[in-house]
Write a protein that binds this ligand. Sequence first.
Ligand code: FAD
Length: 411
Amino acid sequence: MSKQVTVIGGGFAGLAAVQELTRRQKAGLDIRIRLVDRQPCSVFLPLLPDLISGRIRPRHLCFDLRSHCRRLGVEFLQQEVRHVDLAGKAIETGAGRSVSDGLVLALGCETNWHGHEHFKGVLPDLKGAAEGVAIRTRAWELVSDCRRRGTRANIIVIGGGYAGFEIASHIAAMLHRRLRVPYSRLNQIADIVILEVMDHVLHGVNDALRDWSVRAIGHYAVRVETKASVQQVVDATTLRLGDGRVVEDALAVWSAGVSAGPVAQELDVPKIREGRLAVEPTLNLPGHSEVFIAGDLAGARHPGQQDPLRMGIQFSLVGGTLAGRNLAATLSGRPMREFNPADLGYIVPLAPGRAAGVVLGVHLRGRLPYLLHYVMCLYRSWGMANRAGAFCDLLRKRDASVSPSFPTPIV
Ligand SMILES: Cc1cc2nc3c(=O)[nH]c(=O)nc-3n(C[C@H](O)[C@H](O)[C@H](O)COP(=O)(O)OP(=O)(O)OC[C@H]3O[C@@H](n4cnc5c(N)ncnc54)[C@H](O)[C@@H]3O)c2cc1C
């Protein structure tokens, strides 16, 4: 009788695992494949910041999972997974309990509120397309309102990581384009600041590239403050900072990192920082040879290294493929392979056309890494329609939302 395998999470890692399992099925492995995700579509996260500046339409970031699975002959279950029973290789959803012969957990990570759970639902974060559109709308409404009243808006991005830099620069780009104001005069209209609680931003980025990025974003009217944080949301537009300053006419966006979600947190298995799950070099959980972890949730390391791999789509895709391959190998009694992905590097894109990064070991800054980021995004997008749509959006010079023929649907 054919064996049941279940992949949980239809992001980069989960879709790569499904693709690999489908390949093994076509090669003769007798399995039934099921993908479970709480959302109907897989969201292309690296282009979410572009929703803020209006460069991309939300629908080009959303890849329909049901029709993708139908094409592959894979069962799709749109359900929130509430609990995973590792010993029983079972999951619990609103549709009940279902048992499998093998699992791939590719749940990604969720916004880390660092103990400020009371900010959840109050401060926007960038975890989906609707949130990207909401940040854009709220920033625009705040700035329009302040201009009517003759005051300056305060836009605060909490967290000086890659995403914080991207969010702040896309807000600046949106205001620059919609108001037709040069960047050099933008700070008369809005004070856009990145607040970082540590003494440096862009943790993990090489010193020279970090300094360059801080200077570059400064040219786009974005300030950076370190050792600074938001302490309290006083009312809808008033914030109290960690040093006691009260900021009025303010919008704060939370971008202070991610950690494992509740389903992974409650598992009684070894974890590393951010609650990522410790895995064997073959990506299965220690003591569970038929349960594999892939993507951001996996605390995988390069052989011989202490630090876990960066969270990113390259490692998620390669990890998802290996998890699928090793699960198929386990079910058919063949040896597993170890995870040793090539590190292609990273890029910190700044919306107005500049970026810094390390690509294949070469340090780059300026326009080239910026273009490489978008080439990577188009190449990695799921589905030809999304790829072509995103490409056309990026070619447009005008802000998507100011063109009457270019509505911005919220998905
Ligand atoms: C704003 C932003 C910009 C980024 N930019 C870049 C970049 O430029 N380059 C780069 O390499 N990386 C970038 N990343 C990181 C990259 O997107 C992640 O590393 C990647 O998405 C991880 O893939 P994943 O499959 O592990 O998780 P995800 O892509 O997060 O997918 C997880 C899936 O699991 C589903 N899920 C979660 N919990 C449950 C549950 N309980 N029940 C059912 N389904 C569930 C979710 O709905 C989701 O579909 C960015 C991330 C963000 C947020």
